[in-house]
Design a protein around this ligand. Structure first.
Ligand code: ATP
Ligand code: MG
Ligand code: MG
Ligand code: MG
Length: 594
């Protein structure tokens, strides 16, 4: 049987212990320094040691070589989850670090030994590739001369790919940084016909998977000169910082299609299938994937003490949970369900992270409460949406034309009788209930009554342009009883769709899903336009441009729409959440990763 994720984690730590490394526990997901909200890499807790602080770790000892499995959360990868084959929002980074002790030669040869030796991972060397920083001849020599990697398996990139943090010289953050060499694994033609040479251009491949980043931090990035020239001072000594994604290596070693079939995620996916009754067939089932992955990140983060809230970390976690909740909804789950997956997360991760076991009850309760709140918020949006869909159908099949003067009282029905019947028969229960207090008729006539009230609203709307005082002028009414109802001729406009998003936080994919149930189509291009317009407006006068929320991520918060957001009112919404909700997809860019 292939190694389990836990076995791989353990083997990695043992391998580096056998090379003289001190094994340390993971730092919390709450970042150890203010450059990011969450811990984004294994190296982050060791910045002081890279900068020259003594390599002393109270309670564990003293060592210039350490190894860890670090839990990380990358906000910038949230939207990638489920969409690429290689991104989790929460990942475990296996790392080995040297504080002025060994350098490139050992780092690269040990990485190679761990990956290829049959005693350890036993991967086929012919499937391994590496990238190096453009002029790093030292790394090139080690790869080709000492390790024996063919030249054709090596690519050279600039600071955008082979410097960590990426582009640090130009963009920061300040602190330890350096060139790096990354190891890739060729997953074979099943994932694409592209070649390693293609990767030089595409820099994106499902086939060539980045598994390990070996960083050589030897610089301290400081504030640039007044003219913008980057300043890279030498660190007191040369360091090693490597990071290998446990989820990625496990997927390769277990030879499964992607994360979602490995030993940690497969049981979670299976339970989602069971709860929803919707089969999981692969990457096309985005919702299963998002739910499985996000429940894990939220569980781990809440276990580390992050409370769901409207600011900072708590908001990011709420966003992740709501994304999961929305995908659960898309799977037809209308009751809180995500919390039922927590035991499986604990089963997969609790061995390595005992805090998760300890906090299981609190995590479960927090997730459940948030699901309940979010489902209520969704209800508000759904009601608004359903009402709009029904009135749009009535309008589409109604006719008003200029002619004589018709007092309103006489304009009893202006709509195609068929449209009226269609709407009456499709009224959702909530709408009927909401009119119950004003209904005075016979039991059984409620539907007819509510349909008439709706129709009256539509009529008022249609007549409005012709209305003078209490009378209609120049209007006559046509009964278009012949029209045959075809809801696919009806559209939900871009503005209507955008308003739902903007006001109720009601996302496009849900709007589409529900509109489809009514057979109505959504003007997506119009939606995109409205969104764009709102963002432009905001760029012109945003007061959130330099948000305090995200230390390192201000750029990403620039240009947010000044959202009139009422959907989360029940959650004591404050200014911050408006900004971040407005940011929407732009949260992508808030990451400390490369
Ligand atoms: P990618 O280019 O695939 O986004 P990266 O270059 O951003 O990865 P690094 O910052 O170099 O990643 O992190 C070191 C290692 O951590 C990567 O080589 C990969 O194995 C793993 N890793 C990074 N991001 C993720 C993620 N979102 N999910 C799972 N593993 C990840
Ligand atoms: Mg990388
Ligand atoms: Mg990369
Ligand atoms: Mg990345």
């Amino acid at each position: 049987a292939p190694l389990t994720t836990s076995q791989i984690r353990e083997k990695y730590l043992q391998f580096f212990q056998s090379k003289g490394h001190l094994r340390l526990p993971s730092h919390s997901l709450i970042a150890p320094d203010p450059t990011t909200l969450f811990t984004v890499a294994g190296m982050q807790p060791f910045k002081p040691q890279f900068m020259g602080a003594p390599a002393k770790f109270p309670g564990y000892g003293e060592s210039k070589r350490v190894t860890t499995a670090q839990k990380c959360l990358r906000v910038g990868d949230i939207e990638n989850v489920g969409r690429t084959l290689r991104h989790c929002s929460l990942l475990e980074m296996l790392g080995n670090f040297s504080f002025g002790d060994y350098f490139k030669r050992e780092a690269l040869t040990w990485a190679w030994e761990f990956l290829t030796s049959p005693e350890w991972m036993g991967l086929d060397p012919a499937k391994l590739y590496a990238t190096i920083y453009e002029d790093d001849e030292e790394a090139f020599q080690i790869w080709t001369q000492e390790i024996g990697l063919p030249e054709g398996h090596i690519l050279r990139f600039g600071a955008d790919e082979n410097f960590w943090p990426a582009d640090a010289p130009a963009k920061g953050p300040n602190g330890p940084c350096g060139p790096c060499s990354e190891i890739f694994y060729d997953r074979g033609p099943r994932y694409g016909e592209d070649t390693w040479a293609d990767y030089a251009q595409t820099r994106e491949s499902a086939r060539f998977l980045e598994i390990w980043n070996c960083v050589f931090p030897q610089y301290d990035r400081q504030d640039p000169q007044p003219d913008g020239t980057p300043v890279l001072a030498d660190l007191p000594f040369k360091n090693i910082d490597t990071g290998m994604g446990l989820e990625r290596i496990a997927t390769v070693v277990q030879d499964v299609y992607d994360f979602y079939s490995n030993d940690v995620f497969a049981p979670i996916i299976a339970r989602i299938v069971e709860l929803s009754g919707k089969p999981y067939e692969g990457p096309q089932n985005l919702s299963h994937r998002v739910v499985a992955e996000h429940v894990r990140s939220v569980s781990m983060t809440v276990a580390d003490g992050v409370a769901l809230s409207n600011t900072g970390r708590g908001y990011v976690i709420r966003k992740i949970l709501r994304r999961a909740s929305r995908h659960a909804y898309l799977l037809g789950l209308r009751e809180p369900t995500l919390y039922k997956l927590v035991p499986l997360v604990v089963q997969g991760m609790g061995g390595a992270y005992p805090e998760l076991v300890q906090e299981e009850a609190r995590v479960t309760a927090a997730i459940r409460a948030e699901e309940e709140r979010f489902l209520r918020t969704l209800e508000g949006g759904i009601q608004r949406l359903e009402r709009t869909l029904l009135t749009n159908i009535l309008k589409r099949y109604s006719n008003v034309s200029k002619g004589g003067v018709t007092p309103f009282e006489d304009a009893s029905i202006v709509t195609s009788q068929e449209a009226f019947v269609w709407v009456r028969d499709h009224l959702p229960q909530w709408l009927i209930e909401s009119y119950r207090p004003s209904f005075k008729g016979q039991p059984g006539d409620e539907r007819e009554y509510v349909a008439r009230v709706l129709l009256k609203d539509v009529e008022d709307d249609l007549f409005a342009p012709y209305k003078t005082g209490n009378r209609f002028s120049g209007v006559s009414v046509i009964f278009s009883t012949g029209a045959s109802i075809n809801p696919s001729e009806v559209t939900l406009s871009g503005l209507e769709t955008f308003t739902l998003y903007d006001t109720y936080g009601f996302p496009l994919d849900l709007t589409k899903e529900i509109a489809e149930e009514y057979g109505v189509s959504v003007d997506e291009a119009g939606y995109a336009e409205s969104l764009e317009k709102a963002q432009e407006l905001a760029r012109a006068g945003s007061k959130y441009g330099k948000s305090e929320l995200f230390g390192g991520g201000q750029e990403a918060l620039e240009g947010l729409p000044p959202t009139q957001f009422v959907g989360y009112d029940d959650l004591d919404t404050q200014g911050e959440v408006l900004a971040v909700v407005g940011a929407g997809e732009r949260l992508d860019h808030l990451t400390g990763g490369s």
